[in-house]
Write a protein that binds this ligand. Structure first.
Ligand code: B1M
Length: 215
């Protein structure tokens, strides 16, 4: 659809006003919020990422594209969220230490909230100790870690080792982010992996519901 391509284009160029306007127009025209996200906004971030890789764009351009995506998410967020029922489970989520990318992590947090999972979002650059402390404090059922850099993926392993030593029985760990794979997740001892935010909901619920947490 032409409008979705236009949306990807304006996001990649960092045009916040147009990104928000077209998102609203697509919703008003009856398009599902998930479709606007998956086929309009996320491809826009891929365009700017590919340009960066080819030295056709630089960090400031990536930053303004990210702001345009966030602006458009103002329209989608309430539509993707649930109807305010008390959450049955609690998740702690964050982007790992050394990593400042938060768009994918925010999407996973949003989809989890939409699936009635209470989310404690620790933000970006989260140390292993902070993940563990928050999981204990909030009696979390699951920790979600996001990493976008090949250099920060390795922090996930250190965090998992810390979690396993912290005696938090039943606590599940899910990892994700563009460079993360199922094979990597298995290698570092994560309980689950999801390639996208929608799958992260299914996987998290399956993990949590199969093993009740003991706190
Ligand atoms: Co950066 N960056 N960046 N960047 N950036 C990438 C990741 C990069 C691939 C670009 C490229 O080279 N093509 C590259 C990494 C290369 C590598 O490691 N191999 C890169 C680089 C190099 C860098 C810097 C080092 C650049 C520099 O300074 N020289 C620097 C690092 C800063 C740091 O973190 N310490 C940097 C900085 C930035 C900005 C700050 C400018 C900005 C981030 C703004 C922000 O997030 N607030 C930025 C951006 C925007 C990108 C790209 C263009 C877009 C990322 C994004 O938001 N994607 C990115 C290129 C790309 O990805 N194609 C790039 C959209 C988002 C919806 O997808 O995050 O993958 P994603 O999330 C998906 C799934 O992965 C999954 O679900 C989400 C939705 O489907 N998922 C999970 C994510 N987390 C999950 C957790 C789960 C489950 C699923 O369970 C818990």
């Amino acid at each position: 659809m032409a409008e979705l391509e236009t949306l990807s284009d304006v996001v990649s160029r960092g045009n916040r006003a147009e990104a928000k306007k077209i998102t609203q127009e697509l919703i008003d025209a009856g398009m599902a919020p998930g479709e606007v996200l998956d086929r309009g906004l996320i491809p826009g971030m891929k365009i700017i990422g590919d340009k960066f890789k080819n030295n056709q764009a630089f960090v400031p351009e990536m930053l303004i594209a990210a702001r345009a995506m966030k602006e458009a998410m103002i329209v989608l967020e309430p539509l993707l969220l649930g109807q305010g029922i008390t959450p049955k489970y609690t998740a702690v989520i964050g982007t790992v230490q050394g990593d400042l990318h938060d768009i994918g992590k925010n999407l996973v947090a949003l989809m989890w909230k939409g699936a009635n999972i209470g989310v404690v979002d620790l933000g970006t650059n989260v140390t292993p100790a902070k993940f563990i402390e928050a999981a204990r404090e909030h009696k979390a059922h699951i920790i979600g870690m996001s990493a976008l850099l090949t250099t920060t993926m390795t922090i996930m392993q250190a965090t998992i080792q810390g979690i396993r030593q912290a005696n938090l029985p039943g606590l599940k760990v899910m990892v994700g982010g563009a460079p993360v794979t199922q094979e990597f997740a298995d290698r570092i001892g994560a309980d689950g992996f999801a390639a996208d935010a929608a799958t992260a909901v299914e996987r998290a619920l399956a993990l949590i519901e199969n093993t009740p947490v003991q706190v």
